[in-house]
Design a protein around this ligand. Structure first.
Ligand SMILES: NC(=O)c1ccc[n+]([C@@H]2O[C@H](COP(=O)([O-])OP(=O)(O)OC[C@H]3O[C@@H](n4cnc5c(N)ncnc54)[C@H](OP(=O)(O)O)[C@@H]3O)[C@@H](O)[C@H]2O)c1
Length: 294
């Protein structure tokens, strides 16, 4: 299988490329500012239609996993024009190029397409974005559904992993660093989601790509937790001091973009269909620990 990954320098895309290379796939690792570490690195700004077309014609992929996104939710709120150009126009360019090369398309979307009023969202629930980032991701989902020939939309939730990527650390790495230095860490008690280990997401999505499963799949961790629960469980597994965690309320902070209060996902469809199952938080954290020691 010739696999083209956009966002291959990112937290998720780098793990996917690493796994696919280990499985002997030919991997075209599209990146923008940070060179991809696994696969054949190809620098392409996805908002540049002509460059996307040319790079796809060169790679001739069988499967495209489209993960490249402006993921900074506050930046998207403050620079809507850029967010639209990368997340919507960029997706349109990728969809058209994948269609022209007859490739199967897997689009990585987000739990943030939901408003967070209810939680435990199923694939059949109605999206209702409350930030511009989430709005662009929903518009990108619609573009995929309208224009792609054969596609799947996967929605993860708060991705974390053992390594920094795309020039930044993730929540788990940030917290481990703080606790190891015996520094207090403020963590939200009023924001719930389904944290997703990047290596587990890579396994699940590669299976989707191999089996060419179509439709929408919620591919996150299997546990609904608050950020504070997550932090406590992480501290337990890594033997760190939980008393350094300071319970904090999201609603007492002012961000440029609104965040859903409970964007947790129901993963029962994925658990039924996939051989690589969504992981419960305890299992995922043990995997994370093993990844650090290897
Ligand atoms: N992180 C989360 O908690 C989370 C939660 C739910 C869903 N998601 C979704 O999961 C996917 C992966 O997220 P992530 O956290 O792995 O992302 P990330 O680490 O922030 O990386 C973003 C990736 O997108 C690329 N990118 C950004 N702008 C680009 C452009 N104009 N042209 C080409 N590439 C561009 C970046 O390339 P360079 O770094 O090389 O510039 C990087 O590889 C995204 O679709 C996101 O919406 C993420």
């Amino acid at each position: 299988m010739k696999l083209l990954v956009t966002g291959a320098s990112g937290l998720y895309g780098s793990k996917l490329a690493e796994l696919a290379v280990a499985r002997q796939y030919q991997v075209y690792a599209f990146h923008n500012e940070h060179k991809a570490a696994y696969g054949i690195p190809v620098q392409v700004d996805i908002s540049d239609e002509r460059k996307v077309d040319a790079a796809f014609k060169e790679a001739k992929p069988d499967v495209v996993v489209h993960a490249a996104t402006l993921t900074d939710v506050d930046k998207c709120e403050l620079n809507k024009e850029l967010a639209w150009r990368v997340n919507v126009q960029g997706t349109r360019n990728v969809v058209q190029a994948a269609k022209a090369t007859d490739a199967f398309l897997l689009f990585i979307s987000t739990d943030y397409v939901f408003d967070g009023e209810k939680g435990c969202y199923k694939e059949t629930d109605q999206p209702s974005p409350i930030s511009y980032y989430a709005y662009t991701k929903l518009k990108a989902e619609e573009c995929v559904a309208k224009s792609a020939r054969e596609f799947c939309v996967a929605r993860p939730s708060v991705i974390y992993g053992a390594n920094p990527a795309a020039g930044k650390v993730n929540f788990a790495l940030w917290l481990l660093k703080k606790l190891r230095r015996n520094e207090a860490a403020k963590v939200f008690v009023d924001q719930w989601n389904s944290p997703t280990l990047n290596s587990s997401l890579a396994e699940m999505t590669l299976e989707v790509a191999e089996r060419r499963l179509t439709g929408i799949y919620h591919l996150s961790g299997a546990s609904r937790v608050s950020r504070f629960d997550f932090a406590q469980r992480l501290a337990d597994v890594f033997g760190l001091d939980k008393s350094l965690l300071v319970p904090t309320r999201m609603r007492d902070f002012s961000f440029a973009a609104k965040r859903p209060a409970d964007s947790s996902l129901d993963t029962s469809k994925a658990a039924q269909v996939l051989k690589s199952k969504p992981l419960k938080l305890g299992d995922a954290l043990e995997h994370l620990k093993a990844e650090f020691s290897s």
